[in-house]
Design a protein around this ligand. Structure first.
Ligand code: ADP
Ligand code: MG
Length: 260
């Protein structure tokens, strides 16, 4: 089921050249409603390699969520090009985009977005049912994903019977269940108290250690400090990227102070 790591060499075909998981070139996104136009992204160029743990930071309205929606194929760029694992997303049909979303990307949102009437494992199996996996296999994999986030003993609980931190763990399990190439999280600790935030960060780090590529949007310097790379967005542009200045020493003090 591993789609991304060349676990089994395929002797018939030469291995594809390792491409970055994310390769954005000059991506722009303009929202239009009536006569109003908002340029939410203005020429974003960004490459993220497999296995990176990247924090995206920036003021409210700077385009972070728009960027994440594009990364996760929930939306398409107005201009520029996006290659996801080497595949040009701009050339895909809506059906192919939906397929990529389901199989290759796991989302975690600030508001958890769980269905309240469904038990934890039912929430977690949803991406698999869209992908046409059989019921027994769905249950087995949902329970395994819940185990992985430390909720193996809560599989029959409904969201209302779980704490905020546990609900977010269910959301992470749902993001993991299809074994995606990429985990995208938009302010995943924004609704959590500090203890649950610490737990959640440990969980993302564990997933990263296990090989996941994680892109996490956050306002909190503490969260960003745990990521290997920090990309700052401002007015729809990349203002700074710690990967571009890995050997310059100003990345901790002065840029943290610039974050408001
Ligand atoms: P952030 O996540 O950094 O707060 P967003 O990406 O949500 O920023 O928004 C960037 C800009 O695009 C904002 O000015 C916002 O009002 C605008 N915007 C976001 N989504 C839409 C939309 N669906 N339609 C119109 N404008 C939008
Ligand atoms: Mg946002």
């Amino acid at each position: 089921m591993t789609l991304w790591l060349p676990v089994r060499p395929e002797p018939a075909e030469p291995a594809p050249a390792a491409s970055p998981v994310i390769d954005l070139s000059e991506v722009g996104k303009t929202y239009r409603s009536g006569s109003l136009q908002v340029e939410a992204l203005r020429g974003v160029t960004l490459r993220i390699e497999a296995g990176e743990y990247v924090a995206i930071m920036g003021p409210s309205g700077s385009g972070k969520s728009t960027l994440m929606h594009i990364l996760g194929c929930l939306d398409v760029p107005t201009t520029g090009r996006y290659l996801l694992a080497g595949e040009d997303v701009g050339t895909l049909t809506e059906a192919a985009l939906a397929e990529i979303r389901n199989r290759r990307v796991g989302f975690v949102f600030q508001q958890f977005n769980l269905l309240p009437a469904l038990t934890a494992w039912r929430n977690v199996e949803l991406p698999l049912s869209y992908a046409g996996v059989g019921r027994d296999e769905r249950r087995r994999r949902a329970v395994a994903a819940l185990d992985r986030v430390g909720l193996g003993d809560r599989v029959e609980h409904r969201p209302g019977e779980l704490s905020g931190g546990q609900q977010q763990r269910v959301a992470v399990a749902r993001a993991l269940v299809a074994n995606p190439a990429l985990i995208l999280a938009d302010e995943p600790t924004g609704n959590l108290d500090s203890a649950a935030t610490t737990d959640m960060l440990a969980l993302f780090e564990q997933l990263h250690d296990q090989g996941a590529t994680v892109v996490l949007i956050t306002h909190e310097a503490e969260v960003a400090a745990r990521a290997g790379r920090v990309v700052r967005v401002r007015d729809g542009r990349i203002q700074s990227d710690s990967a571009d200045s890995a050997d310059s020493s100003d990345s901790s003090g002065s840029s943290a102070a610039a974050e408001r």
